[in-house]
Each structure stands twice: as C-alpha cells, then as structure tokens.
Design a protein around this ligand. Structure first.
Ligand SMILES: NC(=O)C1=CN([C@@H]2O[C@H](COP(=O)(O)OP(=O)(O)OC[C@H]3O[C@@H](n4cnc5c(N)ncnc54)[C@H](O)[C@@H]3O)[C@@H](O)[C@H]2O)C=CC1
Length: 398
C-alpha cells in the first residue's frame, strides 16, 4: 500500500501551530465517544496529553519508510499490552485522530488528505496489533514488583531496587516503562541499571524532573516495601556479539544506568575486552553512583574509567566540552570500536556527530532512540513539537 506522506506532512503543517488545542480536542473526542477507555489514561492529562498523539503523528510521517516504521512500531505494539490495549481500540483512536485533524484544518481538509491519513493510520494499527498478537498469551501484560530498596543519592536522584513477583525477561541495556500507585496510569520508560541477576532484582536510577508526576513519586513518595508496575523490557541498546573486542561507553547523568548494565554484561563474557568508560556529570556531586562505579573499576582490570567534569571553579556547561574532548582523544585512534552512548539527547547527538567526523561507522554506535523520545531533553522535529511542553503566548493569552 503506498501512502502519500508528502500530503500528510503538508496537512500537518496546517494544524501544527494549534497542536495544543488539537490534542485536547482529540482526547475529548476519544473519551466522549469511548468512555470505556478513559481509565486507561492518567486522571490528570496535562503531562501525558500529547504523547499518544505525538507517537501517531511521528509514525504517520515515517510511513514512507516501512522498514523504519515497523522497527519503531513493533516494540510499541508489544509494549501497549501493558495498557490492556485491544484490537478494537485502534479504530476508535483512528476516528478521533481524523476528527481532530479535520476540525482544525478547516477548508484545507480534502478527500485526498483524509485518505492519506486513513491509509497511514491503517498501517500503524496493523503493525501494532500484529506485534501484540505474536506475543504468547502466557506472557504477562505487566509485572508487579516490590520495592526492596530505595535510596536518595542526591537531592533529586534516587536509586530503586525492585523485585518482580514473576520472572522478568530482559537483556542488559534494555528499558522498561514504570508506573506506581502514587501516580496511576502515568508511565515512563527507565533504563534497567543491571544485567540479569540470580535473585531477579532490577535497579533503576531516577532523577526528579520539574512537574514530572511519576519521577516525583518515584523519588519522593515511593519507599521500601512499596510497589511498582513494569511493562515489558524493550530496546536494542544491548550487547552485540563482537562486543568482546573492546568498547567505548559514554554516559551522561542518569544515562549511566544502561551503561552500568552493559558493563555488568561484559563482565559475564568468557573473555571481556577492554572497556573505556567516560562518565559525564555537570558537578562532582552529580556523580551519584560513585560506590557502584568504584566497585566495578576495582573488580575489573579491563575497565578504565574517567569522569568528565567541569574544571575547578568552572561552570556546569563546561562539562559538555570536557566530555567531547575525552571522547575525541580516545576515539581518534580506534575507529573500529563499538560505542554505547546514553544520556541527554543533546549529548548523544554531539557524541554521534563527533564520532562520525572521526570516521566511525554509525552502525557501531548504539543508543536508545525510544528513551530520547520520552525524555525532557528532546529534539524539535514537527512531530516532536507535540511532545514538548511549551508556552505559546498567543494560545495561552490569558
Ligand atoms: N538509555 C538512555 O539513553 C538513557 C537516557 N537517559 C537520559 O539522560 C538524560 C540524563 O539527564 P541528566 O542526568 O539530567 O543529565 P545532565 O543534564 O546532568 O547531563 C549529563 C551529562 O551530559 C553532558 N551533556 C549534556 N548536554 C550535552 C551536550 N549537548 N553536549 C555534550 N555534553 C552534554 C553534561 O555535561 C553532563 O556531563 C535524561 O534526558 C534521560 O532521559 C537516562 C537514562 C537512560
């Protein structure tokens, strides 16, 4: 089926400036016509408001590249089992999407545009439904877990250890969506900060973000003995077969979490290769897992760690340049190395660009695109526009 993505993109540009109102209309339409799905969303929609809509528009705009689209949508379809999403929900969402776009397009809406959106949405739902149906029925839709340890490491970063009640399959470097009873139906992806353990426990590193309902609950309200709910583990930032030949790992802030898991997975290899870890933080205090780091560095002679911090008395932003300097210095003579990069998307992009300039093959650089889509530090593509909370003076004029 061919989809007219140029038309979709054009029609999107017509409504883009009223994205905020459009997504509100979309949810109002959805809930009015399908009151049965309201419980699947958070009570307060402000934070979550645009996420479903953003994913839909991002996917529709990528419909011209079926391979990329399928790679993006399959894990999403699998992950959506945790919302209890059923095939019959998809037409309902599609109808509200079209209604909202039509409403805000005015005279610009044509039969051809409608057909292009219907075709794109049809493809999106088909891939997601198929991905969810391929999962064996015995696989849980979610996993409940007990918080066995909760530790505040800095004013705003907590490290949580949780133990799922049922076996939880995952690979080092993957992430899982979390929610807690303190923030019902608010889900966010967090990287798992360990390789699989015999006792089945999982570690998560959470920074409280401004107005983040879930991160605030995870940092300030959840305590040992509490409970969390996990979606399935997803993500491809996992250890590759040739990783034993040496790795460069670059981690910034809480981006340390999946890199820690990768290092633990390297340690389980029969013959671990050399691993160089460059760990960036904006201040020394922000190196929140120093004990864990020191333990790894002392135990494994193949692991070499340097911190990228601002110079003495320097500004926090100077850490950015130091991190890139260290990456350049190390990578210059090792163009064949596998690289794992995790942290703010600005950092990940800067590191990728630098490695590209040094002749690194992009296929050797592993990072987590999905996490970046859901983090606060996001690129600003037209679709991403929906994801970032911005004050638009001429919309919120009062
Ligand atoms: N799997 C993944 O990729 C994961 C990604 N994250 C993301 O990592 C981020 C962590 O946030 P924070 O701890 O607040 O990080 P942060 O703002 O404290 O920055 C961490 C490090 O990145 C460096 N950095 C930031 N922007 C840069 C740029 N443009 N160029 C070069 N270096 C730069 C800083 O100097 C610092 O060393 C969040 O956005 C989170 O979503 C977190 C966990 C896992």
């Amino acid at each position: 089926m061919s989809i007219n993505t140029a038309l979709i993109e054009w029609s999107f540009s017509v409504v883009e400036r009223r994205a905020d109102q459009l997504s509100k209309y979309f949810y109002a339409h959805l809930f009015h016509h399908n009151p049965g799905v309201r419980h699947m969303f958070p009570e307060q929609m402000d934070e979550q408001q645009d996420r479903l809509f953003a994913a839909l528009t991002a996917a529709a705009m990528n419909a011209a590249d079926p391979e990329a689209l399928v790679a993006y949508l399959r894990p999403l379809g699998f992950d959506h089992r945790k919302f209890d999403t059923r095939p019959e929900h998809y037409p309902a969402v599609g109808a509200s999407l079209i209604a909202a776009l039509k409403m805000f397009s005015g005279d610009a809406w044509t039969q051809e545009i409608e057909e292009a959106w219907v075709a794109a949405y049809g493809l999106i739902s088909q891939v997601m439904i198929a991905a969810a149906e391929e999962v064996p029925a015995s696989t849980p839709r979610w996993w409940d877990a007990e918080v066995v340890h909760h530790e505040l490491r800095t004013g705003d970063i907590a490290v949580l250890t949780v133990r799922p009640h049922l076996p939880y399959p995952f690979e080092a470097g993957q992430h899982a969506a979390l929610t807690v009873p303190e923030a019902p139906q608010v889900w966010r992806p967090y990287s798992i900060a360990n390789a699989p353990r015999i006792d089945g426990s999982l570690e998560f590193h959470v920074r409280r973000i401004e107005r983040g309902r879930l991160s605030t609950a995870l940092v300030d309200r959840v305590r040992s003995g509490g409970s969390v709910r996990l979606g399935p583990a997803i993500g491809s930032m996992t250890l590759q077969p040739d990783s034993g030949h040496g790795l460069l790992c670059v981690a910034g802030g809480t981006g340390w979490a999946p890199v820690k898991a990768i290092i633990e997975a390297v340690a389980a290899l029969p013959r671990p290769g050399e691993v160089r870890l460059i760990l960036g933080a904006r201040t020394e205090r922000e190196v929140y897992d120093l004990d864990g780091l020191e333990r790894l560095a002392k135990t494994y002679d193949w692991l070499d760690v340097t911190a990228a911090l601002p110079p003495e008395g320097g500004e926090p932003e100077e850490a950015d340049a130091e991190l890139l300097r260290q990456v350049g210095e190390y990578a210059r003579n090792r163009p064949g190395r596998q690289v794992y990069v995790s942290g703010p998307s600005g950092m990940v992009r800067a590191v990728e660009k630098q490695l590209g300039a040094l002749g690194f093959d992009p296929d050797h650089i592993r990072r987590d695109a999905y996490i970046h889509q859901h983090s606060t530090d996001r690129p600003t593509s037209p679709a991403e526009w929906f994801l970032s909370k911005r004050d638009i003076p001429w919309i919120h004029s009062r």
